[in-house]
Design a protein around this ligand. Sequence first.
Ligand code: DQQ
Length: 561
Amino acid sequence: MALTHYLVLAAISLSLSNGLEAVQSEHEITRMHRTGYHFQPPRNWINDPNGPMYYNGVYHLFYQYNPNGSTWGNIVWAHSVSTDLINWKILEPAIYPSKPFDKFGCWSGSATILPGKGPVILYTGVIDNDNTQVQCYIEPQDPFDPLLRKWVKPDELNPIIVAGKGMNKTKFRDPTTAWWSKDGHWKILVGGKWKRKGMAHLYNSKDFVKWVRAKHPIHSADNGMWECPDLFPVSLRGRKGLDYSEEEKHAKHVLKVSLDDTRTEYYTLGTYFTKKDKYVPDNTSEDGSSGLRYDYGNFYASKSFFDPSTNRRILWGWANESDKPNDDIRKGWAGIQAIPRSLWLDSTRKQLILWPVDELKSLRGKEVTMTNLKLQKGELAKVDGVTPAQADVEVTFSFSSLHRAEAYDPSWVNPQDLCAQKGSMVEGGVGPFGILTLASKYLEEFTPVFFRIFQAPGKHVVLLCSDAQRSSLVDDPLWYKPAFAGFVDVDVAASKNLSLRSLIDHSVVESFAEGGKTNILSRVYPQLAVMDQAHVFVFNNGTEPITVDLKAWSMNAATIS
Ligand code: DQQ
């Protein structure tokens, strides 16, 4: 059916219903946007993933958690365990304020597995109302407990690091996993700020007890407080992950920082000069907020870990809500974790690839396929047969020519502005084409995830958008409905196709373009397109016809209890 037809129906339906009048019960408000397979605890606020690790056959995920409500505060480390990264058992909080060195909060940190000893954790303790931050040490009470339920803070060791003279002690947090260096030291990074400069302080220790700050930060840049830094090696040879301490010849390093000012993250690929304790980004990686991102959407405070059981590096990231704190109080919950992603270096060596861990496939239920489906300009087709609000969709869009690609204006440097301006409904040459997720019957609401291809001198520019602008009938200016976007670095003239995978889960659409080159997570709150009233469509709004090949699965719910 033609898209214009749907849009006329949407207008009629909206004028008849005079907007959104549905009165929702408290139960519906709490339930209807909860995720089916993205990690979230039964209630309350969560933020950063903390101390992820694999130990003795068990994955541990700790996370910042407010045990008393659904806004940020009273922060403890909640604790969940899993054997497959998808289904989780929720345990008692592992770290909570109990000592003068963490009385005002137990903030983010990381786990390190010490040879011959087992896991220990470094985290940030807040010691007063002024937010003075120190780094603290905690270890399992019983290292033989398979679930590591209880943790103890040795008084004689804590706080293990305090800010030195001339440092900003209220901007001093989020210790990384430690790595062992050939120079005979354990090393960690701690995020910091001095004036406008964000930085990662480097600390050395011979015994994991006494920590000495290196003369200079391992790296810094003029972009405000660096939260949750992460530095790790990636192999130049294939997808195999490397442990933090592995000093492989055939490796590069990744430094990721989370920017408090913009609540966005970026990473650079570069070289870690171990002797000098310096990290230098490659000249192909921009060192700033418009640099490379794991995700161009709602994804923050991420943290990776090495999984020795499968030789993967796995990444967790927090996806905040996009509604208002008052909505979260009504819902009784806020925050989810993105699906854990495997991570490796792209063959171009200029960026990373991120892809949902394979274990997610265990939740795939009924499968539908669409093959060789032709879509002319303005056409769309419904994907029938899967649970539309809880689905995994993989699709390839092919086209025979790029002659119709619109000219690229070099002033379009910000993909998000470009996506907001040229949304899914603005006709183009090659694209926009993609999928409409969480769409209501007559498209009063939908979250499109789509490509648009432009012709620039000597190359094509591929834009991926995940556009929340029309995702919900609720017209609240305080709801965040961005047209998230990123460019996809791909030779589309050679391949003449583009692939997309979207994980749709009630209030989250998590998308991966071209096998994980450019990824976007959006949080959305449809009012009509909920549960079995939601739909998934494929569409084309470009003059170039496209061919669609699609597989979609209903997703079963993960067990998280
Ligand atoms: N969240 C934690 C801090 C960290 C911030 C507090 C990042 O440790 O810097 O909940 O979201």
